[in-house]
Write a protein that binds this ligand. Structure first.
Ligand code: MRU
Length: 365
């Protein structure tokens, strides 16, 4: 997608330097635009852990490049099997909820298995990371094609009046490589001339909605309004929301959806107001091995200071201020799980599925 009219992906191989992977530092957006170099597996681990890159599909692609960078710096004296095992454990430990991380690392592990030498394995890992990046771009594009009809239908029912879509957190191109998941149908609808407006939940504590989704939509010229996280329910009661589209960090085989903290409450409010609640996600976000997401999806707990402090732009720099009394403790769960029964449908690159075991299993065939 575009930033100031220039097309970007969130991650790419540096021009004329295949030993360096470059990413947009998302911790600074929308205030500053900086590109970071990742040269080692530790660089990728830190980029994921510190959320320089974030969002389930992008975490996966970054981890695949991380495996490549790890292999690149091995030498003949290293015990290959031990090292590769260490790399995969290390990367998988960077963030717990997004299953794309495991998916990507396991994909690389599987594909490099039959390669004999370090050089050969490194070459295969590089190809797989590039391929995964390309696949996630295509997947997101297809999610847009498969999801746009739901916006079209509402637009038709409203006789061309603006369709109001509520979204939570950032499941946009910044969370992926291009197009995004939840945003992909929105971008396509806009391209087709369907009038849309997006309610953007600010998404405390890190404000990915206010900082990233709003920025993305602004850059693509899509009408949108940032709202405080607790506003959605009221807007739904007032008839100001036609549909909800969110992304996911891990969806279990029975259709329970882990997504940024606060999603569950939006699903409850949507259910109470008969508003369709869609989840847009690639298959790399579905944990086909996990049967019950509510019981089993690991929920990341982050530094309580993310709750106690907010960041903003002041006097030409990013500034951090405390918003609680110094000694009040805070609790910071990163995600929640929306039970499958509140999900109208899952929109994937393979088509649309009901959030149940049977339909989800069919996607995997
Ligand atoms: O903690 P983050 O920023 O990595 O969380 C990811 C998200 O933004 C989401 O929860 C998103 O909706 C799913 S990722 C496409």
């Amino acid at each position: 997608m575009h930033i100031n009219g220039k097309h970007y992906h969130t991650i790419w191989v540096k021009e004329n330097d295949p030993k360096t992977i470059q990413v947009i530092d998302q911790r600074l957006l929308p205030f500053e635009f900086k590109i970071r170099d990742l040269k080692t597996i530790a660089d990728t681990f830190i980029a994921i852990k510190d959320m320089c890159v974030r969002g389930a599909p992008l975490i996966g692609v970054t981890a695949a490049y991380g495996m490549y960078l790890g292999l690149l710096h091995l030498n003949e004296k290293d015990n290959l099997t031990t090292k590769i095992n260490e790399f995969s454990q290390y990367l998988k430990s960077s963030r717990p909820t997004a299953v794309n991380l495991k998916f990507a690392v396991d994909l690389v592990l599987d594909k490099i298995k039959s390669a004999k030498s370090i050089n050969e394995k490194t070459k295969v890992a590089f190809e797989i990371a590039n391929q995964l990046k390309q696949d996630e771009i295509e997947n997101c594009k297809k999610i847009g094609k498969n999801g746009v009809r739901f916006i079209q239908e509402i637009s038709k029912a409203k006789k061309g009046e603006t369709v109001n879509i509520l979204t939570h957190c950032n499941a946009g191109w910044l969370a992926c490589v291009d197009y995004g998941t939840a945003t992909s149908p929105m971008y396509l609808a806009h391209e087709k001339g369907i009038k849309i407006h997006v309610w953007v939940d600010e998404t405390r504590p890190r404000n990915q909605g206010a900082r990233l989704t709003a920025y993305e939509l602004e850059q693509q010229g899509i009408p949108h309004t940032v709202i405080a996280d607790n506003t959605g329910g009221l807007l739904m009661q007032k008839g100001m929301v036609d549909m909800v589209i969110v992304g996911s960090d891990r969806t279990s085989a029975n259709g329970d959806v882990a997504n940024k903290i606060g999603t569950y409450l939006k699903a409850l409010a949507a259910h109470d107001n008969n508003i369709p609640f869609y989840v847009a996600l690639p298959l790399s976000t579905i944990d086909f091995e996990m049967e019950d997401g509510i019981k089993n999806i690991p929920i990341e707990q982050r530094d309580p200071d993310e709750v106690k402090y907010v960041e903003g732009w002041n006097n030409d720099e990013i500034t951090r201020v405390r918003i609680t009394s110094e000694n009040s403790p805070a609790l910071n769960y990163g995600f929640d799980v929306t039970p499958a029964k509140y999900v109208t449908a899952l929109i994937t690159e393979k088509g649309v599925a009901k959030a149940n075991m049977n339909d989800i299993e069919k996607l995997n065939k």
